[in-house]
Each structure stands twice: as C-alpha cells, then as structure tokens.
Ligand binder design. Structure first.
Ligand SMILES: Cc1cc2nc3c(=O)[nH]c(=O)nc-3n(C[C@H](O)[C@H](O)[C@H](O)COP(=O)(O)O)c2cc1C
Length: 220
C-alpha cells in the first residue's frame, strides 16, 4: 500500500478475528519499526510479544484486577487534570464511541463491559508490550512513541489492525511480574494486534481529527 494511503487508513481496531499473526510477519513489522529515529541512536525499546496461553493467563489476571478495582500503579501517569480543550476532546471521543455502540451514558453495566474489553485485549490474538529502562526520561519516551507509530503503520501495511492501550498498563507491576520483566523497567504501552473483524460494530467507530488550520501557523 502506498505510504500516505497507509497512514490515512490506519485507525484503531477493537475487535479481531481469532487468526494468529504468523511469527515471521510479527518479526518483519518489528524489524521495520527499528528503523524509527531516536535520540543519538540510543534505541531504548524493549518489546514483549505475548500470545497463546500466556496471553490468556495475563488477561485473566488483568480482568480480575480491573473487576475488583484494584489499585492502579502505572509507570506513566496522566496529567491531572487535562487542559480544557483536550479534556473536551477526550469526553467527546468517549461519548461518540458509546453512541456508535448504542450504549447510553447512564448504562453503567454497558460502560463497564466496554472498559473491561481492554483487559481481554479486545479479543486480539497478540498483545505487545513496549517498555524501556526505568532511568530514562522524556526524550526516550518520545523515541518510544516514534517506534510505536512505525510499528503500527508497518503492521497496518501487512493487514494487521492494532489498538494502543494505556488502560492495560495501569497494572504495570503485575504485568511485569507475570512476564518476568525487571520491576525497574518503565512499561509504556500495550498494543493489541490481530486481523480486524470487519463485521464488528465497534470497528465502525472513527475518531474525529483536528484540521491542520486549527493548529498550524506558517512563518516566512
Ligand atoms: C497513549 C495512548 C493510550 C491509549 N489507550 C487506549 C486505551 O486504553 N483503550 C482504547 O480502547 N484505546 C486507547 N487508545 C487509542 C485511542 O483512543 C485512539 O488512538 C484515538 O481515539 C484516535 O483514534 P484512531 O487511533 O482510530 O485514529 C490509546 C492511544 C494512545 C496513543
């Protein structure tokens, strides 16, 4: 697929076919992601690819934590509070997604079911965790973001859908423990990946993007 077309068509998918992603395809997209730029070529990324029984065990553990509202201990925290404009966009995204699924705001059960889907990796056959050394700071987090997007685009070019999930990493210590990752590493994101289910209603949701004229100033 042509590069710009691939970028424009990429979006988050939240329902997947059960078909596994072949190991060689995952290897290819991860290798493509290593072509991302980094601060002084430091390449801070560390990647855990979780499938099969291990993924099921991890999902069981995460669901238990999420259902019991266990204490959240993310390695990366959200800003308290979000600036007004961003907070509004966040709110609109949540409301529009519920509307797509026909879930009313007052329907607490429906909303909870939607939240919990995060911890089943939205049914994806593969969950990828990106982490880096705990001593690293903002530049390396930036590098990890570049790696993430390159990974997503490479995967998309191979027909693989994905969704980044901050919600999952709320349980960073438990995830690191189960995957044998050093407690001092910083867990940044989980990415669920698989072949998208085109029939699923949840995959019909589209986020609204800001127009360049809303945020670009030109200086000559
Ligand atoms: C850092 C980060 C964390 C995210 N966390 C979640 C999440 O926990 N659950 C989820 O369903 N989507 C999550 N997303 C996906 C966003 O909701 C999605 O990227 C956004 O709505 C834009 O839609 P698009 O990816 O379809 O363009 C996350 C995205 C990013 C970049």
């Amino acid at each position: 697929m042509e590069a710009i077309e691939n970028i424009k068509r990429r979006r988050s998918y939240r329902a997947f076919k059960p078909d596994p992603i072949p190991r060689e395809v995952m290897q290819e997209v991860i290798e493509a992601a290593t072509n991302s730029p980094t601060f002084m070529s430091t390449q801070p990324w560390e990647v855990a690819v979780v499938t099969g029984k291990k993924k099921d065990r991890l999902s069981d553990k995460l669901l238990e934590l999420a259902k019991t509202q266990a204490q959240k201990r993310p390695d990366v925290s959200a800003p308290p509070p979000w600036p007004t404009e961003l907070d509004q966009r966040k709110h609109d995204h949540g409301a529009r997604r519920l509307k797509t699924l026909g879930i009313e705001r007052e329907d607490e059960e429906g909303r909870e079911a939607l939240r919990l889907m995060n911890f089943e990796f939205y049914g994806a056959p593969c969950a990828v965790f990106l982490y880096m050394d705990g001593s690293l700071g903002e530049w390396s987090t930036y590098d990890m973001g570049l790696f993430t997007q390159t990974l997503l685009l490479a995967a998309h070019a191979r027909g693989i859908g994905s969704v980044i999930q901050g919600a999952v990493t709320d349980y960073a210590p438990e995830i690191k423990d189960l995957l044998g990752i050093d407690a001092h590493k910083k867990l940044l994101v989980c990415i669920s990946m698989g072949y998208p289910d085109p029939e699923a209603l949840i995959n019909s949701y589209r986020s609204i993007k800001k127009k360049p004229e809303e945020f670009v100033t030109w200086h000559e």
